[in-house]
Design a protein. Structure first.
Ligand code: NOJ
Ligand code: CA
Length: 700
């Protein structure tokens, strides 16, 4: 089903300068203006409330005047666009893309005359705008020195932020007023492998804000494909945010060739926190799928030889030798360390477990040679992605998995040597096709090669996209760890199921971890751009179970780990704990077995960043609903209305909740499973422990 109505209206320039356009319902008003010095700008209001005051725009070039001052407004066109489209997978079956557009043409007359466009799209829940550079005689190749985009905020808002960093987004969030941001402390996070902190006043996007009046504002970008990622600097005198682009190895920001455009800069705004989470603005600003036949793309749950390495029970490396030169290395001469996780036997055990409990995939990390010295040496030829360790029988296992109806998921840790990965990728993907693997988890731990580049710079942004395109050509689904954070590109590349690109559950295994509020903030920040492979489902919560005396733990109750399958949307969800732990708690494990990963509908029932989230989702093609509810470090009770349930016969509910005495720190594994009956319009109350949560399945 596709409906498209496009209406074009041309407005004369004299009218427009200083004039405004409204969103389809009139909820938002965007004003465009030119300053007396010829710089373009905009302001945005939500009803009567200012979102941004006068905010100037522009792009500076290295090799020409660029487009920032001395510009002439040549024309301004408006149009209205309405469309409904169906994502290949997602939180809802149908997405409405409805906006009014304003496209201004600006001319630079200083040097050789050149022009650009700024296109604004005004939706009811926010705006997107970008700079567009058509093909023209005087503008073909150019280097971006800086982008002067600003967001001139109306006050000293509450901000949920992580430090501006060119390489890592694996920080816990801080919540402060804009004036109290101090982003220089990132160096305390020794557990983050590669950091490039920008400075005291620079934070990352997505940046979540809340005004004194209760307006929620999210600042981010969409469709980042051929450009560096955008951080923002905060001016504490006037609360103006300004774009800070990730530089390349020689300090430039982007190399562009016309026709081209920047990513969309986005402002999502609502007086309801729930509407920030249900916004589809970022997806709508991305291009439709380039993949025509999509039946091979399968949302799924998976298990993996993975957590046992993170908790120190097993190793990725086969031996403890410290210097491996891959070419010609004789693995038969090497003494195994006796801890290697990815053995044929252990993999068979996982395949059996997946087959028994209905998991589609089994990830195996540490299957390939090179893990002995993979990290810390800034080594280029670290893995070849096609040579298994001697104790991993790739052929036998692929046959075994096939016979059991399970797919093995490939792991490609690149150790951030992107040049090496690009040299091997064709062979690696052919190897996967040959052995029947249809999904890959990539990883970028370490300092980037090409040396001097950053994880979030233009070179790497292009690399991640190349990998997604190549994977699509090989019918391979992709899950990238440590890439730039996603910006809705999964609309264009629906084989790109998920990314990590934030501080995942794994940090709880071996560091101070993630505070209980972490998962109540991530949906308002990192998840705005796309699904996260957060790896929920840890049942053995305290790490002293594995390492006596360890103080590390997941900052959660067991019931909250179940709720995360609903509150942290992803079409790819891991049951991250080791199978032996699921065998200890079969009644709680039942929820992970039952929970869906693809949805017809989603209702954000209650949400407040940093405090709580309650979401209901309807399974795709089935009369079945799930609810996930989570809280931060405070216990709380939340009552929600079940009027979204279908009419008619009542639903049987299986309720997974915190035990009376549960609490994330003292008694995290206390939970209860109850059965009840509910019908549409009933109310359900969740009492959540400190750091706790609840999960429900409704079926009939
Ligand atoms: C970091 C990834 O996030 C994690 O999932 C993986 O196990 C390790 N790198 C090793 O590749
Ligand atoms: Ca990681």
């Amino acid at each position: 089903m596709k409906k498209l109505i496009l209406a074009l209206t041309f407005i004369s320039v004299s009218f427009l300068s200083g004039e405004s356009i409204k969103s389809p319902s009139g909820a938002l008003t965007l004003k465009f203006f030119m300053t007396p010095s010829g710089q373009p700008g905009y302001s945005l209001t939500h009803g009567e409330q200012p979102v941004t005051g006068k905010s100037v725009l522009g792009v500076l070039f290295n090799d020409g005047p660029g487009f920032h001052t001395g510009l002439k407004l040549i024309s301004a066109d408006t149009s209205t666009h309405y469309e409904e489209w169906n994502p290949v997978w997602g939180e809802v079956k149908t997405i409405v893309n409805h906006y009014r557009e304003l496209r201004v043409k600006l001319e630079q007359t200083k040097d050789k005359p050149a022009y650009c466009f700024i296109t604004f799209r005004v939706f009811d829940d926010g705006i997107g705008f970008r700079y567009e550079f058509p093909v023209q005689d005087n503008l073909q190749y150019f280097t971006v020195k800086d982008e002067l985009t600003t967001f001139n905020l109306s006050g000293n808002h509450k901000a949920f932020w992580i430090p501006g960093d060119f390489d890592s987004n694996e920080y816990p969030y801080k919540t402060t007023r804009l004036s109290d941001i101090d982003a220089s402390g990132g160096s305390d996070f020794f557990e983050i492998s590669t950091k490039s902190i920008v400075g005291k006043n620079v934070v990352q996007t997505p940046l979540m804000l809340k005004t004194e009046e209760g307006l929620y504002i999210n600042i981010f970008e969409a469709a980042l494909k051929d450009y560096p990622a955008m951080n923002v600097s905060v001016n504490k005198d006037n609360y103006e945010l300004r774009a800070v682009l990730v530089p390349d190895a020689v300090g430039n920001k982007a190399y562009l060739q016309t026709p081209c455009s920047t990513p969309w800069r986005t402002i999502i705004v609502s007086d309801k926190a729930e509407e920030i989470l249900s916004s589809k603005l970022i997806l709508n600003l991305n291009e439709p799928s380039i993949i025509k036949e999509t039946d091979w793309i399968k949302p799924q749950k998976y298990i993996g030889i993975w957590w046992e390495m993170h908790v120190g029970k097993a190793s990725w490396n086969y031996s403890d030798v410290r210097n491996v030169k891959l070419a010609g290395f004789d693995w038969s001469k090497v003494q195994p360390n006796g801890k290697h996780g990815a053995t044929t036997e252990r993999t068979k055990y996982y395949i059996d477990f997946a087959a028994k409990h209905g998991f589609a995939g089994v990830l195996v990390e540490g299957w390939n040679v090179g893990w002995e010295d993979w990290f810390g040496n800034w080594k280029e030829d670290v893995f070849d992605f096609v040579t298994p360790y001697p104790d991993f029988n790739v052929k036998g296992l692929s046959e075994y998995a096939k016979a059991k109806g399970v797919k093995l998921i490939m792991h490609h840790e690149t150790s951030a040597s992107a040049t090496n990965y690009e040299r091997w990728i064709d062979s690696a993907f052919r190897f996967m096709n040959y052995y029947g693997y249809d999904a890959v988890k990539t990883g970028y731990v370490g300092r980037i090669i090409p040396r001097g580049e950053h994880h979030d710079g233009q070179w790497m942004v292009r690399h991640y996209v190349r990998v997604a395109e190549k994977a699509a050509a090989h019918k391979i689904m992709l899950n990238a760890h440590e890439p730039v954070r996603p910006t809705g590109l999964h609309r264009t590349y629906p084989n790109w199921l998920a990314c990590e690109a934030a501080r995942g559950n794994e940090f709880n295994a071996w560091s101070r971890g993630n505070p209980p509020e972490h998962e109540t903030i991530l949906p308002f920040t990192r998840l705005m751009g796309g699904p996260m492979d957060y790896t929920p489902g840890i049942f053995q919560i305290k790490m002293d179970y594995y390492t006596p005396g360890s103080k590390f733990q997941v900052h959660t109750t067991l019931a909250k780990q179940l709720a995360l399958y609903i509150t942290m949307y992803s079409p790819l969800q891991m049951a991250a704990d080791i199978p032996e732990n699921y065998d200890r708690f079969p009644d709680a494990f039942q929820f992970i077995k039952d929970v869906a990963v693809d949805w017809d509908d989603t209702k954000i029932l209650a949400a407040e960043p940093g405090d709580y989230i309650v979401i209901a989702r309807k399974t795709k093609g089935k009369d079945e609903w799930f609810i996930g509810a989570i809280t931060d470090e405070n216990s709380r009770e939340i009552t929600v209305d079940l009027s979204f349930l279908g009419k008619g016969a009542p639903y049987n509910a299986e309720i997974y909740k915190d035990g009376e005495d549960a609490s994330w720190d003292d008694n995290p594994m206390s939970y209860k499973v109850e059965k009840a009956v509910y019908k549409t319009g009933d109310k359900i109350t969740f009492r959540m422990a400190k750091g706790g949560g609840a999960a429900v399945r409704f079926s009939r």
